[in-house]
Design a protein around this ligand. Structure first.
Ligand SMILES: Nc1ncnc2c1ncn2[C@@H]1O[C@H](COP(=O)(O)OP(=O)(O)OP(=O)(O)O)[C@@H](O)[C@H]1O
Length: 800
């Protein structure tokens, strides 16, 4: 919000110009040897500054953020320097990138030097950080530093309120404001090629001011941030402190960072004739200040000189700019990789990346790359997955930073990786758009994916927890890998969904990705298992990989679909993430084994010798039942091979949706009813011929196929099976009414009995209870003695 175009009448002190006696030394004459003392800037009358100043209010979220920073008790205030240097480096990257296609943007002389300079003014308590980057126009200053809140602002404010950890500020894109941890007044002087030089200033009191700069030294191009340090931040005026900080935080900045540092030097000064006598005794007593008798050989007399110590200032380079990725992987230490990760990801917590891969690709397309698996997934990794263009790899071409928004380098599902690619093959002097279409990008992408998947596979291979009991005897591993214990489970919990999305999206790497899959099974005992382990444990005769989908493992464990499989010792995979339903539409087979959803048609678990016989014996019932279910979208009624204790289940056709998928689709807000009807799998009612209810039904049908009470019971059986098989009933009222009728009969109440008028009807049992006790109630309705299900007779035993 612009407050005053002309602030002359305002009494607010924000835009007070630097008074003549408060003037701040600029960076003028940066590279000249004579720059021993700060050159004072030209004085400027109060009137001129004020008439140019415009005042603005910070956007509300930014104001809140600044309040939090200013009042923070956070002890690690050092981070501000890292943030400002990182901004300076970004600005330098931007101008260097523009210079690829237009050399003139760099300017001439010192202005063309891509560097960062830090200067201290102890007397005035000012710390300034200056870069020769792209700079900011007046509009940029107003937008970037105050009026446009970034999306990360409120996320960061929220995070601060819960954790208080300011260290993460850079990740939220609001790093600049961390400068208010140490300063109570900040000036940002900036010169962009497209505009004049401007000064932004704020005392963080909700307002800031911007004015055209007519009093400071011209910057040429770039930005100087002047921090007027708070009293308690005096340590940042110590050269040693700044050197230490730059070393610690900015060692991977690829531009030279120099400090205007003091240095003791010895210089020869002439000895005044009249004092030479006194000096003589003094200087001979100390070795350093030895007086020299400057008698020339030819005997000509010269003026006497002496050496004295003097403090001079000069630019001292603080960082070694040899990029880590250009070094040989053998030479880079683990600590250096970790630190480089922190600087790349702006994640300065103590956590180490889970894994990294540093390699050099040679051949037609040459590039160097470092890839990292972060220790944690960002909070919004899967939010708007398909719409966001998050790329986490930085692209360099021959050491020049090109972009960190280049999403052609990695597929979406690997966008959780961080790192960089530096290519020697890509051309330097073309626009980003041209680069995006360059043919070698495809090769780079392909290699990066391979390397990334290898890195993840190794993470699993090195994890001792991944070696299961059945393999332990072969692989005797001692405690050497303790540090890596559990690392793959950690990876899986953070990024498992990405592997699944990869299987869906990347057909070329489907098998590699499937190897990385982990899941729980009926036999995994709370641990995660892989497909390879599953296959190792498969029964000899087992052809397919069995799985079941649902909303939780607890719910699935009780599923009737598993009854017989578990009894016979088969292992079944539990898929409980909604994405698994999609995953299994793409993952058809693995190592020549097909996947079989055990709640769908097509399950083969060996033949029962009585199959044919049973089919024949129940023919009448199945035919009758199919006829009765004609209006229910039921394709068929069949004898089941998956049931042990449950009378019947409803299975779906192989290529339609499973019950779980129907449930997922129904819960989606914008789901399309037509598509739902189309995709809904055809249903088959499968009956258990050994179950007493089914046997009784068979007998009743044989004696009277028109018996209404049997029809009623059959319908109730079907609805109950739907629920137990994971479907959502379309008409729960109808189901409830049938249950109540059955209960009435169980309690010997007349079917015509109705509730008394004016009397609360809450005496009837609730539906859910009724559902739980269904089998017994139904048995009661059919007057069957509660008897166990007949033992299954099989002569095929276990050789299925
Ligand atoms: N030295 C600078 N030169 C040019 N522009 C700058 C400079 N410092 C900040 N900016 C501009 O101000 C914006 C806000 O800076 P801020 O540090 O708050 O966020 P950021 O740089 O986008 O994110 P991060 O702090 O994570 O680097 C930047 O995006 C950039 O456009």
């Amino acid at each position: 919000t612009k407050l005053h175009a002309n602030a002359e009448e305002s009494s607010d002190d924000v835009t007070d110009p630097p008074k003549v006696e408060e003037k701040i030394g600029g960076h003028g004459g940066l590279s000249t040897d004579s720059d021993v003392v700060h050159r004072e800037s030209e004085s400027m009358s109060k009137k001129t500054l004020r008439s140019n100043a415009e005042k603005f209010e910070f956007q509300a979220e930014v104001s809140r953020l600044m309040d939090i920073i200013i009042n923070s008790l956070y002890s690690n205030k050092d981070i501000f320097l890292r943030e400002l240097i990182s901004n300076a480096s970004d600005a330098l990257d931007k101008i260097r990138f523009l210079a690829l296609t237009d050399k003139d943007v760099l300017g001439e002389g010192d202005t063309a030097k891509l560097e960062i300079q830090i200067k201290l003014d102890k007397a005035k308590k000012i710390l300034s950080i200056r870069d020769r980057g792209i700079g900011m126009t007046k509009e940029d200053l107003i937008k970037n530093l105050g009026t446009i809140a970034k999306s990360g602002t409120s996320a960061f404010v929220e995070k601060m309120q819960s954790s208080g950890d300011l260290n993460l500020i850079g990740q939220f894109g609001v790093g600049f404001y961390s400068a208010y941890l140490v300063a109570d007044y900040i000036e940002v002087i900036s010169k962009h090629n497209d505009d004049s030089q401007y000064v932004w200033e704020s005392k963080a009191n909700g307002k800031f001011a911007v004015s055209e700069d007519t009093w400071n030294e011209p910057l040429g191009r770039g930005t100087e941030i002047r921090l007027h340090l708070r009293d308690e931040a005096g340590e940042y005026l110590e050269e040693s402190k700044l050197k230490e900080l730059v070393k610690r935080y900015s060692e991977f900045i690829n531009f030279p960072i120099s400090l205007w540092a003091s240095k003791e030097v010895e210089t020869e000064v002439p000895v005044e004739e009249d004092e030479s006598a006194d000096e003589e005794t003094e200087t001979t007593s100390t070795e350093e200040e030895k007086e020299e008798d400057a008698e020339e050989e030819d005997g000509e007399k010269k003026q006497k000189t002496k050496k004295v110590k003097e403090t001079v200032y000069e630019w001292e380079l603080l960082n070694d700019v040899k990029a880590i990725w250009l070094r040989s992987p053998k030479e880079v230490t683990e600590e250096e990789y970790t630190k480089f990760y922190h600087s790349l990801s702006k994640d300065f917590t103590d956590e180490k990346p889970m894994a990294w891969s540093h390699f050099n690709a040679e051949g037609d397309v040459e590039f160097k790359a470092v890839l990292y698996v972060p220790p944690k997934a960002p909070h919004d990794l899967y939010e708007s997955y398909y719409n966001s263009n998050k790329a986490n790899l930085k692209l360099y071409v021959r050491r020049v930073f090109i972009s960190d928004e280049f999403d052609e380098l990695l597929p979406k599902y690997l966008s959780f990786l961080k790192g960089l690619v530096d290519s020697d093959t890509l051309p330097l002097n073309v626009s980003r758009e041209m680069l995006q279409q360059h043919s070698s990008l495809k090769t780079i992408k392909k290699k990066l994916i391979r390397k990334a998947l290898d890195m993840i596979r190794k993470l699993a291979e090195e994890d001792p927890d991944e070696i299961h009991d059945d393999e332990k005897k072969d692989v005797e591993k001692s405690g050497e890998n303790d540090e890596k214990k559990g690392q793959y489970t950690k990876f899986w919990n953070e990024f498992g969904k990405s592997v699944k999305l990869g299987i869906i999206e990347d057909a070329a790497n489907r098998n590699r990705l499937a190897k990385l899959l982990r899941f729980e099974t009926t036999k995994s005992d709370g641990k995660l298992t892989s497909l390879d382990q599953y296959i190792k444990r498969m029964k000899k005769s087992q052809k397919d990989i069995f799985y079941i989908t649902g909303s939780s493992k607890e719910q699935l464990e009780k599923s009737p679909f598993l009854e017989r499989l578990i009894k016979k010792g088969y292992e079944v995979i539990f898929f409980t993430d909604p994405v698994d339903e999609y995953l299994m539409q793409y993952l058809m087979d693995y190592e020549d084994k097909k996947f079989q959803n055990v709640s769908k048609e097509g399950l083969k678990v060996g033949k029962d010798s009585k199959d044919k016989e049973l089919k024949e014996a129940f023919k009448e019932l199945t035919k009758w039942w199919k006829g009765n279910l004609a209006s229910e979208n039921v394709d068929d009624v069949k004898i089941s091979n998956r049931l042990a204790d449950t009378p019947c289940v409803v299975v779906t056709s192989k290529f339609g949706w499973s019950a779980n998928m129907e449930r997922i689709m129904q819960s989606q807000t914008l789901s399309d009813a037509n598509k739902q009807a189309y995709m809904r799998g055809k249903r088959v009612l499968e009956i258990n011929p050994r179950h007493p209810i089914i046997k009784e039904l068979k007998d009743r049908i044989a004696s009277d196929p028109e018996d209404e009470s049997v029809k009623e019971t059959a319908q109730l059986m079907y609805q109950t099976a739907l629920i137990e098989s994971g479907f959502i009933l379309t008409d729960p009222k109808d189901f409830a009414a049938r249950i109540y009728n059955s209960v009435k009969s169980g309690l010997n109440i007349s079917p015509d009995a109705v509730a008394d008028e004016e009397i609360e009807a809450a005496e009837e049992p609730e539906t859910s209870e009724a559902t739980e006790t269904k089998s017994d109630d139904l048995a009661g309705g059919l007057n069957i003695e509660a008897e166990p299900v007949e033992q299954q007779e099989e002569n095929t035993k276990d050789e299925l």
